[in-house]
Design a protein around this ligand. Sequence first.
Ligand code: AMP
Length: 449
Amino acid sequence: MSQPQFRTPKGTHDVLPEDQQYMTYIKKAVRHRARQAGFKRVDPPIYENRAIFERGIGAHTDIVEKELFLVSSKQSGDDAAELALRPEFTAGICRAYIEHGMQLLPQPVNFYAIGPCFRHDRPQKGRYRQFHQFDFEVIGLKDASLDAQLIQVLTKILSDLRILDRLTLQINNIGNSDNRKMFAQAVKDYFIGKERHLPEIDRNRLQTNPLRLLDSKEEDTQILLKNAPRLEQFLDAESKDYHATVLDYLETLGIKYVENPGLVRGLDYYNQTVFEFWDQSTGAQNAVGGGGRYDSLMELLGGKPTPGLGYACGIERIIWHMKEAGVQAPNKDNVDVFVAQLGPEAKKSCLKLITDLRELGVHTVGALGEASLKSQMRLADKFQAKYTLLLGKMEVKEGTIILRDMKAGKQKQIAFKQVVPMIKKLLGERNLDTYTLKDQLGPGEVDDD
Ligand code: AMP
């Protein structure tokens, strides 16, 4: 085969039908658990004013420093980019909360979001430039029970997707910003005279964001950190109390966790609770998701002081885990009936027949080309159709049609008038795909895939 002229850009991929089954299944689990717990869906735009990410996420984080995709129009020129593709949802959702005056709603306001995010990362396994997240945010009220409740919703989703037992919940409390300032200063003091032993990346972090050293993947840094001051030494009584209460609630809910004092999460806006779900075998690398409390983010974005709590999960990584665990997402793209025909009259009748079957909720395809019956039958086989209907010139004349059971390899001639009720009976009413129709007509909500 010759090389295609165009391919997907580096770090992106087509979500092909096989993975759509997983995507749909995951979205359904998320929506279901979100509704149960009073979360409403919000879709912030895919790009926002870049300052929202720079201020919200923090100028000295990898996401903003290296990974932001800037967006500009031809008119504005590259240098004038004021917009950036969203690398995550939280900052945009908080901007929406402020913009739409949602502090007037009953608090907390619970949101969830599902969609693509963009980071100019170095592509590798589980790390893409366009990837999908589902995200939960609890804004406007601070209480340790909300942290525990959010974690519970997430464990329910991961358990619905049958991957919870492959993961561990890692949790920590990183205190308030004063605690962290004191800690950052202590770390800086500790490293005076030792900087040259640090890898360059962490030498820079020491100046800009010392907290990041704690979750550094550099071995030299981790060795040096063994005798460094520890964050928990700087936590105030309130943070310690808060943490103990969250853990207590998790125990009440029967949720297993691992206390991890090295967990800080990379972003500036977190305070108090931070947590991640890690792959049991690979740990921090390829975490399926992470989140925490962000009680000062709203102010950074120009809003009133408002507590917040959020979590984001990478959908590609979940799909990977589901496949590894042998979880097969239900496939609803099966073909029930293949319609084969020969001759212009038959073609016309089939066109109407195909429409009638589809209306009934039967997954129906028909080649309707000029190919021979034999090659149409081969196609029916490839589509793995349950039944094939054959209409040739003779059958049109006689007002009949041939119905072939593909698995049994048996066929019979029936009256053309009988074919729709016959297919309905053979498939069984409950297997008819009337899902979309019901959703749109009923009083319930419209499917928001
Ligand atoms: P973060 O807030 O950076 O921890 O991201 C939350 C989750 O999104 C991660 O745990 C991953 O599952 C997913 N994620 C983040 N960045 C990427 C990426 N570049 N490619 C794929 N998934 C990602």
